[in-house]
Write a protein that binds this ligand. Structure first.
Ligand code: NAD
Length: 280
């Protein structure tokens, strides 16, 4: 099996293009799921304070016996911690829960433009502190639209290394991807298989049959060939392995175009300009 490609970030560090996401993985299922993923060869884990499973992610990494430097570990700031002092406390708590002294990547989870007086630049400046003190090897954002990124560009010093946004065949995000490409911000695509809702699409099913692959593998491969970073989620061991087994085949250019043409600008998740959920 061919190795997972590494993507070069704008600060010279690299990130494995493929990883394992743990959104909606219950804490009691997390150690088993992450352990299965690490055994299958995944070396990049995407969690968040709001997923409530950082402690178990850390436990699975320690149990694996892998060196810390062999696993790319990322998390995200909770929506309830955008004020600078809260963000500092929240980052300390994330490291403590994971049992780590640094993260490979830490992000603002949502811009929350209708909360905190819309002042996400002041939150970003706190992530810059974590980057400067070395406890976050890279810092980035999530769910930022081009106009949010433009504001950071004007008011902050460090350009985010990544922007993690919803991307799948029904939401190809051409405008955000083009903006980020122009500014050397890598794209991470969340819900890469649309939480399973794109897998019955006749176009995808036809390509999968021709290649003797599953629809999930075809869609994940489509992201890889477009250059985005992805981390599908599953708690089912067979699917965790199936999703990783995408480095021994390729799509044709026509396949990639045909899947991109399925775009309907359809979000399965919230609109970043409106989303304002803050946990209790
Ligand atoms: P996903 O697109 O990875 O879909 C996961 C679901 O698809 C699973 O629950 C399962 O039902 C199904 N599935 C998985 N593998 C399958 C297979 N081989 N065949 C058939 N069905 C399969 O969705 P996701 O979990 O929403 O996104 C992946 C990761 O992205 C998350 O775990 C999280 O790390 C991240 N994420 C980030 C944000 C954000 O706001 N930044 C939001 C959502 C997700």
């Amino acid at each position: 099996m061919t190795a997972v490609p590494e993507i070069m970030l704008n600060n010279g560090r690299t990130i494995p293009q493929f990883g394992f996401g743990v959104f909606q993985v219950k804490p009691e299922e997390t150690v088993a799921a992450v352990s299965t993923a690490l055994e299958a060869g995944y070396r990049h884990i995407d969690t968040a304070e709001m997923y409530g499973n950082e402690r178990e992610v850390g436990e699975a990494i320690r149990k694996s016996g892998l060196d810390r430097s062999d696993v790319f570990v990322t998390s995200k700031l909770s929506n309830d911690a955008h004020r600078p002092d809260d963000a500092r406390r929240a980052f300390d708590a994330s490291l403590e829960a994971l049992g780590l002294d640094y993260l490979d990547l830490f992000r603002i989870h949502w811009p929350l433009p209708t909360r905190y007086d819309g002042d996400y630049p002041s939150t970003w400046r706190v992530l810059e502190e974590f980057y400067r003190d070395g406890r976050a090897r890279s810092v980035g954002v999530s769910n930022f639209q081009p106009h949010h990124l433009r504001r950071l560009h004007e008011e902050a010093e460090i350009t985010p290394a990544v922007n993690q946004i919803e991307v799948h065949p029904y939401l190809t995000q051409d405008d955000v991807r083009a903006f980020c490409a122009e500014h050397q911000i890598a794209i991470e695509g969340w819900s890469p298989i649309g939480q399973g809702q794109v897998l019955d699409d006749p176009e995808i099913v036809t390509i999968a049959r021709r290649l003797d692959r599953t629809p999930a593998q075809v869609v994940l491969r489509w992201h890889i060939e477009r250059g985005d970073i992805i981390f599908p989620k599953s708690v089912t061991p067979a699917r965790i392995r199936e999703n990783f087994d995408i480095f021994g085949f390729e799509l044709t250019g026509e396949d990639v175009e045909a899947i991109s043409a399925l775009n309907r600008n359809q979000r399965f998740g919230p609109d970043p300009d409106k989303f304002d959920m803050v946990p209790d």
